[in-house]
Design a binder for this molecule. Structure first.
Ligand SMILES: *[C@@H]1O[C@H](CO)[C@@H](O)[C@H](O)[C@H]1NC(C)=O
Ligand SMILES: *[C@@H]1O[C@H](CO)[C@@H](O)[C@H](O)[C@H]1NC(C)=O
Ligand SMILES: *[C@@H]1O[C@H](CO)[C@@H](O)[C@H](O)[C@H]1NC(C)=O
Ligand SMILES: *[C@@H]1O[C@H](CO)[C@@H](O)[C@H](O)[C@H]1NC(C)=O
Ligand SMILES: *[C@@H]1O[C@H](CO)[C@@H](O)[C@H](O)[C@H]1NC(C)=O
Length: 461
């Protein structure tokens, strides 16, 4: 009796261990199977996060380099990925982590400009945190206590600050109204008027327009679309390029990255929705959807980053995270432009299948790599790579759950149309004492070399 029980127990443990050690296996035709698998991917993603442990900073992944692999913005990106995962799968187990993180990094002015990070902050970095706050509002995520900053107001603060002319080109030339990549003139990239900064702003504007029904957001979003279209950052065929420098925004860097095209698609889908199916916005949605499939899914409908993936080792840690966003934003576009379902779903499914297939790495046998088109695990491991597969799985379920809320369809997040600082000033550094010197000089170096943080692949351009 005793012996048999032991054997049974051992067999049960063996089974469990066998499962934990097995490759990620998911039946993509079965929502329950997707949910189970995605929960494992989310759990593995959070093994890279230590912000809930003593001695670590809440909200951020270990970094920035050389202290760890991740820049500040990637923390915001991860909470966004987890909020979308939560909406699609209904899994609330990470709520405490998410809320703590999103509130810890708001900074003294409730605008995602915490002094630790702002000296080297780009407009895109700040926007990725605003994306998470906006997503919290759109998905009906639990509101913070009344004495805490509120999700919608946080997103509005970032949008308002980026509307302000001190973040923009005001010389009356060809780039007039362009949003600069970097916030501070001391940073490399202050003269780079790039697609990502402007597309982040456009995307927030379109979503705020839908959530609040305030037309001003839509007008500002459209003004930004018109600018980057006129500058040729988007080609007639909907190739989406990286950006160009002052003084005249010519000599465009034609590198194409998946997240740029995808955040424009999502923004256009919201504009399409806000305008009740306006044909001009529909044409843009259609153009971007086709362009994304052509450029980033050219190999059997599997996500690929053509501007860096062909040359081994040339996709940096930022670039390796873009496709997870792309999958999610395509799926979210389907929610607000449902006719896209038949257009995009086959691609999202084929790509997710390839993503899952290569999750056979690490000591648990299910960590995911980067080169999805190769069909095999490539030995890489990172939070970005877990986020990618999590995003791909989330995207499969998202179109079948409730669409993003608005303030008239159940959204309860409190806004503040005037949130944010009127001017963006460099954070003041405390007077230097002997003990602080090393730290202060590090901050000075950070300010001087600025763009080391943020999307720091300027060497490409
Ligand atoms: C800023 O850095 C200090 C020192 O590392 C840390 O204690 C604090 O939690 C950080 N704050 C934020 C918002 O990152
Ligand atoms: C939604 O937001 C708009 C614009 O801020 C406001 O006028 C309206 O009262 C809000 N509606 C609800 C139900 O809160
Ligand atoms: C609409 O948004 C604009 C831009 O942020 C703001 O100035 C204005 O006060 C808002 N209007 C209302 C009614 O909330
Ligand atoms: C659709 O949107 C475009 C761009 O804003 C605008 O020029 C056009 O007048 C709109 N069409 C209709 C029918 O409202
Ligand atoms: C706008 O989005 C809602 C879902 O939020 C959807 O029911 C509606 O059909 C969309 N409008 C258009 C024009 O597709």
């Amino acid at each position: 009796m005793m012996a048999r029980l032991t054997t049974t127990l051992l067999a049960a443990c063996g089974l469990l261990a066998g499962r934990a050690l097995g490759a990620l296996e998911i039946d993509l035709d079965d929502t329950e199977s997707i949910k189970k698998g995605a929960a494992l991917v989310a759990q593995d993603l959070l093994t890279f996060y230590h912000g809930d442990e003593p001695g670590w900073v809440p909200g951020i992944l270990p970094g920035p380099p050389p202290d760890g692999d991740y820049y500040w913005w990637q923390g915001g990106a991860m909470w966004g990925a987890l909020l979308d995962y939560r909406r699609a799968m209904g899994d609330t187990q990470f709520d405490d982590l998410i809320t703590t993180a999103l509130l810890f990094q708001v900074g003294p002015d409730n605008d995602y400009m915490p002094p630790n990070w702002t000296a080297s902050m780009g407009n895109d970095d700040q926007a990725f945190w605003a994306y998470a706050a906006l997503l919290a509002a759109e998905t009906g995520y639990t509101n913070p206590a009344d004495d805490q900053p509120q999700w919608l107001a946080l997103a509005q603060a970032v949008f308002n600050e980026q509307t302000h002319l001190d973040r923009r080109v005001t010389d009356g030339g060809n780039c007039e109204w362009g949003l600069r990549w970097q916030v501070y003139s001391t940073n490399n990239g202050f003269d780079y008027i790039n697609t990502v900064a402007n597309a982040c702003y456009f995307n927030m504007g379109a979503r705020l327009a839908r959530y609040t029904a305030n037309d001003t957001y839509g007008e500002l979003a459209e003004k930004t679309w018109d600018l980057i279209w006129r500058l040729g950052y988007i080609s007639e065929d909907y190739d989406v390029y990286d950006g160009a420098h002052l003084p005249d925004c010519t000599g465009i860097n034609k590198a194409q990255f998946s997240y740029n095209a995808a955040m424009l698609l999502q923004g256009c889908a919201y504009m399409y929705n806000v305008t009740n199916g306006n044909a001009t916005w529909k044409a843009r949605v259609d153009g971007l959807a086709a362009g994304i499939q052509r450029v980033f899914f050219s190999n059997k409908d599997i996500a690929y980053e053509p501007s860096c993936e062909p040359a081994p080792g040339s996709c940096n840690s930022d670039m390796m995270s873009y496709r997870g966003f792309m999958h999610r934003w395509m799926a979210n576009s389907i929610q607000v432009a449902p006719y896209l379902y038949d257009v995009l779903m086959p691609t999202l499914k084929a790509s997710a299948a390839a993503g899952v297939k290569q999750c056979t790495g690490g000591t648990n046998g299910r960590m995911c790599g980067f080169h999805w088109t190769s069909g095999v695990y490539d030995g890489l491991q990172s939070a970005s790579l877990q986020m990618n597969v999590l995003g791909a799985l989330t995207a499969l379920v998202m179109p079948s759950v409730d669409p993003p809320l608005t303030n008239t369809t159940g959204g309860t997040s409190k806004g503040d149309p005037n949130a944010g600082q009127a001017r963006t000033e460099l954070p003041t550094l405390a007077p230097i004492t002997t003990g602080d010197k090393a730290g202060a000089s590090i901050i000075t170096i950070l300010i001087i070399t600025g763009a080391l943080s943020a999307f720091a692949w300027m060497s490409l351009d």
